[in-house]
Design a binder for this molecule. Sequence first.
Ligand code: SAH
Length: 225
Amino acid sequence: MRLRNVTGSREAIAESGYVVHEEGLKQCPGTWNRIFGNENPIHIEIGMGKGKFIHAMAKEHPGINYVGIEKYSSVLIRAVQKMEKEELPNLKFIRMEAEEITEVFGPGEVQRIYLNFSDPWPKDRHAKRRLPSRQFLARYEKILAKDGRIEFKTDNRELFDFALEELEPAGWEAVEVTYDLHADARLMEGNVMTEYEEKFSAMGNPICKYIIVKREDKAEDTSKG
Ligand code: SAH
């Protein structure tokens, strides 16, 4: 994502009612249904960029609550501006670093996590910063419902292969894998293109996608204490 400083974006975000702000975040775990005012499932996108995907998803699925997470104000401001043009009651944003995700959502509170075109962090020593790394999978496991899932799309084959290799050691399994999403009619059903997906598929890059769930035999038993 291009890091242009958008003048006043920090201030505009601080004033926006679409963004759950830092002061409020500590109270969030376990209260998202109250924030949205209903009992609908919660789906989140981590690293949402300018919010094209999550805004379209929220519009198409009014019975699901969406939370978009982005670390840069200068990018998040674009998602806020989209909401100003077309307000949706089932979409909220947080400006934060994904590493802190377990401080914002309670155990099992999230039904689905979307990772779209996550930063590749190509150097080996930065592997743990990649959003589909085992370190992040362990964080996601804490906030995902037992029957929850993660959907990941990227055109970066190295990052995708890495993400697949992380599944076994982290105790997850893929229920869907494709190396060319746009050629797969079944997986394309209901597909909403992200900003990056539009850009990279227009350049001819195939889009990889997986859907993963926690392996039954590895799922932590949270029913007791
Ligand atoms: N999902 C969008 C944007 C992809 S670019 C799309 O598919 O079009 C990746 C985005 O993730 C960038 O906006 C970047 O700022 C954000 N991001 C990367 N690492 C992050 C992290 N650790 N926490 C929060 N956001 C992150």
